[in-house]
Design a protein around this ligand. Structure first.
Ligand SMILES: NC(=O)c1ccc[n+]([C@@H]2O[C@H](COP(=O)([O-])OP(=O)(O)OC[C@H]3O[C@@H](n4cnc5c(N)ncnc54)[C@H](OP(=O)(O)O)[C@@H]3O)[C@@H](O)[C@H]2O)c1
Length: 269
């Protein structure tokens, strides 16, 4: 199925994340003529009509792109616009399908998506969860998200949360590691701008190797010759209490926050 927005389509909130998706859809050549961004600031979004208040029309597609904490500010005015002909897509972290259904009971289909920022260059990962039985609506959302990179369709919201923790937040984690590498380089005497450029170029080069499909373990093995320097560095990362347990704690903290947001949304709904 080719990607197209059912029109009229609304992006309710169009900041960092929804803006990155718009950049990706533009890069994919998707027609955004029927898409309106609604944001209180009225700040422009390239390629879209932007308004500050909900238009007087019945949207066929609505994507929630504000912060989860704004849901109860947005829902009362938005709900009367959401009807039997509206696909409601939500990117709100930690806000479950049941909480959305409680606020938008007339929605034709509710679909949760969890994209990540590389969608802007169509190198994103988007988790999708929906219990809608309307296969046409699923296909519409799959095609739009598929234009932005890899799509992972989740069977349940636990899987959806797990992919959100790994991929939705993932660019921040990778960025922190690369920063730490650069800071380490500075500790070895490199000028800050040199350390930053070298660490970023190393990320890009490694990503290009990964893009060929070569497993990460093989990449690491190819760099680390037996009894060489890299092997000693990897031994520190691989030691008990090293990188693996640290990443586990990092993911657990993100999942716990998602669960808290879900509880808050359910209690408010
Ligand atoms: N950032 C990520 O990497 C990422 C990844 C996955 C999922 N998400 C999800 O994406 C959502 C947005 O995150 P973000 O980082 O893009 O936040 P953001 O940059 O702060 O954008 C939030 C948007 O919501 C708008 N907004 C605020 N109050 C509103 C209201 N009452 N009605 C309509 N729009 C309103 C803001 O409008 P103005 O522009 O006018 O201020 C802004 O456009 C969150 O739910 C988050 O869970 C983010």
């Amino acid at each position: 199925m080719s990607a197209a927005f059912p029109a009229p389509a609304w992006l309710v909130g169009c900041g960092n994340m929804a803006g990155a998706m718009v950049a990706g859809w533009r890069a994919a050549g998707i027609d955004l003529g029927g898409v309106t961004a609604i944001r209180p600031s009225g700040a422009p979004v390239e390629g879209l009509r932007v308004v500050t208040d909900l238009p007087d029309e019945r949207p066929r597609f609505v994507m929630l792109g504000m912060k989860p904490q704004k849901l109860d500010e947005v829902a009362p005015a938005l709900a009367p616009h959401i009807g039997e002909d509206t696909i409601l897509v939500s990117m709100l972290a930690g806000t479950g399908a049941a909480s959305l259904a409680a606020r938008f009971p007339a929605a034709r289909s509710i679909v949760r998506v969890m994209p990540n920022l590389p969608v802007a260059s169509r190198n994103g990962v988007t988790a999708i969860y929906s219990d809608t039985t309307r296969s046409g609506d699923r296909a519409t959302v799959d095609a739009l998200m598929g234009a932005l990179g890899l799509v992972v369709r989740c069977e349940d919201e636990a899987m959806f949360a797990a992919i959100g923790a790994v991929a939705g937040s993932g660019p921040a984690y990778v960025a922190r590691f690369v920063d730490a590498l650069a800071t380490g380089g500075e500790g070895l005497g490199l000028e800050p701008h040199v350390a930053t450029a070298v660490a970023a170029a190393t990320l890009i080069g490694t990503a290009a190797m990964a893009a060929t499909g070569e497993p990460m373990a093989d990449i690491a093995r190819r760099v680390a010759s037996p009894r060489g320097t890299t092997e000693q560095g990897l031994a520190v990362l691989d030691a008990p209490g090293g990188l693996g347990p640290l990443v586990e704690r990092m993911l657990a903290a993100a999942i716990a926050r998602g669960e808290q947001l879900a509880k808050d949304a359910a209690a408010a709904g």
